[in-house]
Write a protein that binds this ligand. Structure first.
Ligand code: AMP
Ligand code: TRP
Length: 337
């Protein structure tokens, strides 16, 4: 395949280095990043500034940043074709975020469901950084005038806010500086749920390891987690619409479909009438087959931290070169001397 002469646009995406990279990150994000990098100019960022909106032990953070970079690369992100770096190395993210703090409105941030879900009843104790997290995310994307952002479904609201900020900035300053960025959310795999509770998303921060398939789990751990995953007593139906009231069953079928790159209907047609005992065996085989090369590659990369550090350093230099003219344009528009 020859590379197209002109990319279809510019992609920016990122994930937080808060440990426990999981199957949801892979199916909702990393795998699609790798697939899109041929057609787009792409920046993939380890968002370490977002990570510290909740406490991160400094002793662990460096290893977690390298783990995230290794997970991107093991999932197929090529640091030569794409730009791979960590956010804190490019000061423009913080500079543009400050300007956006002055464009974005309290009323907009008050509607962010992820903040509400994360703080629960402890709002008064949440960091201010966690509250303005979406403004920094808008800065990440718009610092490069990215046109497309591939993410899981949970980030849709943050991307709508990014468009609102771009639009208000353009209006307020009377210049068409920022594009209205489009989310890229896949049909399958955009919302992988907890293995123990089909109403909660699979998450890095869930205290129970049994809820999550980690990218560094070995085959025995994967088999055990899938065996113990919650399901119901009914066999698989012939079509996926019959899974609507069965969230745990729907999630396992969805994982199988996403990993095999087929629809949920196709999975239902294949396993119609079979019980979850049989289905979980087939699912374990697929998960182990698809994830073990990634697990091995992550471990190999993490054994060579100097290589990862070099990749991040090169990436930060290339990202800075793209950010610089945009930041200059913004500072001029704002009226800075
Ligand atoms: P985070 O782990 O919150 O930093 O998310 C990094 C990327 O993975 C984002 O694009 C998320 O939308 C995606 N992601 C996180 N959890 C899931 C999930 N359970 N299912 C699908 N995508 C997810
Ligand atoms: N908020 C995203 C998440 O937790 C991570 C993120 C930060 C991001 N900046 C971004 C994703 C810019 C896409 C684009 O999943």
């Amino acid at each position: 395949m020859t590379a197209p002469s002109k990319p279809a646009g510019r992609i920016f995406s990122g994930a937080q280095p808060s440990g426990n990279m999981h199957l949801g990150n892979y199916l909702g994000a990393f795998r699609n990043w790798a697939r899109l990098q041929d057609d787009y100019e792409a920046l993939y960022c380890v968002v370490d500034m977002h990570a510290i909106t909740v406490w991160q032990d400094p002793q662990d953070l460096q290893a977690q940043i390298r783990e995230a970079a290794a997970a991107y690369m093991a999932s197929g992100v090529d640091p030569e074709r794409s730009i791979l770096y960590n956010q804190s190395k490019v000061a423009g993210h913080a500079e543009l975020a400050w300007i956006f703090n002055c464009v974005s409105r309290l009323g907009w941030l008050n509607r962010m469901t992820q903040f509400k879900d994360k703080v629960g009843k402890n709002r008064e104790k949440a960091s201010v950084g966690l509250y303005i997290y979406p403004n920094l995310m808008a800065a990440d994307i718009l610092l490069y005038k990215a046109t497309h952002v591939p993410v899981g479904a949970d980030q849709k609201q943050h991307l709508e806010l990014t468009r609102d900020i771009a639009q208000k900035f353009n209006n307020d300053y009377g210049e068409d500086i920022f594009p209205l960025t489009e989310p890229v959310i896949q049909a399958e795999g955009a919302r992988i749920m907890s293995l123990r509770d089909g109403s909660k998303k699979m998450s890095k921060s869930d205290p129970s390891e049994m809820t999550r398939i980690n990218l560094n789990d070995d085959a025995d751990t994967l088999a055990n987690k899938i065996r113990k995953a919650r399901t119901d007593a009914e066999p698989l139906p012939g079509t996926a619409d019959k899974l609507d009231e069965r969230p745990e069953a729907a999630n396992l079928v969805g994982i199988y479909a996403a990993l095999m790159d087929v629809s949920r209907d196709a999975v239902c047609a294949e396993f119609e009438g079979k019980g979850f005992g049989d289905f979980k065996k087939a699912l374990t085989e697929v998960v182990v087959t698809k994830l073990s090369p990634i697990t091995e590659e992550m471990a190999r990369l993490q054994n060579d931290p100097a290589y990862i550090d070099q990749v991040l350093k090169d990436g930060a230099e290339r990202a800075s070169a793209l950010a610089e003219p945009v930041l200059a344009e913004v500072k001029r528009a704002v009226g800075y001397l």
